[in-house]
Design a protein around this ligand. Structure first.
Ligand code: FES
Length: 233
């Protein structure tokens, strides 16, 4: 049964699916030491549940035949493993040098207005958890950029951000993380192409409107996803 997590920490179920358990076992077989499979195994859990539920980490330890403390130590070391459930979709905005030089601060400010909650929080409807404390994601040539679930979106403008959020909010079916898993975790040999980065055209010099006095922000009034509900990552 597939685990499904709600934004307010209610859980329908946290048991890992058979697919995820098979994936963890497959990762174990890839390496001479089971410890080497901890990272991809945790990734598989997060793909399915949206975060690293304690039961999921215990299952990883069981399958890899490791102490739960070893798995937990790895899980808590890396910032991109989430320890708490968040929204259905995760938005991460790069604020490192290249993106900062090309308007990352304006992207952050725009997202805060568009989503109606500060970085580190989840929208009131539980759709998005977002954060703006992310360092380089490796798409510097297409700055400013952000990652939504497992896809990169580049050369961001307010109009693009609006279109991306609308599209993502509408595509999840009944569980966004299940959708993520189908897209981002093809089995070998790959039968699904890697998620495409959205690099539409050359990097634009257009700055984010809304930071210039008197300039309007497209979609600002239209999208108000509610107040923060105190659901820190
Ligand atoms: S600085 Fe933003 S992707 Fe590298």
């Amino acid at each position: 049964m597939t685990g499904r997590v709600l934004a307010d920490d209610r859980r329908v179920d946290v048991a890992l699916s058979e697919q995820t358990r098979v994936e963890i076992s497959r990762q174990k077989e890839r390496y001479p030491s089971a410890r080497s499979a901890i990272l991809p195994a945790l990734w598989a859990v997060q793909h399915e549940l949206g975060y690293l539920a304690p039961a999921g980490m215990e299952e990883v330890a069981r399958i890899l035949d490791l102490a739960p403390s070893e798995v937990q130590a790895v899980a808590t070391f890396y910032s991109m493993y989430f320890q708490k459930p968040g929204g259905r979709h995760t938005v991460m905005v790069c604020v490192n040098v290249a993106c900062a030089l090309r308007g990352a601060d304006d992207v952050v400010a725009y997202l805060e207005r568009a989503l109606g909650c500060p970085s580190g929080r989840t929208t009131a409807d539980g759709m998005f958890t977002w954060q703006s404390t992310i360092e380089c994601l490796g798409a510097c040539g297409y700055a400013p950029m952000m990652q939504v679930d497992h896809r990169f979106y580049e050369n961001l403008t307010p109009a693009k951000i609006d279109a991306i959020l609308d599209r993502v909010a509408g595509e999840a079916g009944d569980d966004g993380h299940a959708t993520m898993q189908a897209v981002a975790m093809p089995k070998a040999p790959p039968s699904v192409a890697p998620p495409p980065a959205e690099a539409e055209g050359p990097p634009s010099d257009a700055r984010m409107p809304g930071t210039v006095k008197g300039e309007s922000v497209p979609g600002q009034k239209r999208r108000r996803r509610g107040r923060p509900e105190g659901n820190d990552l």
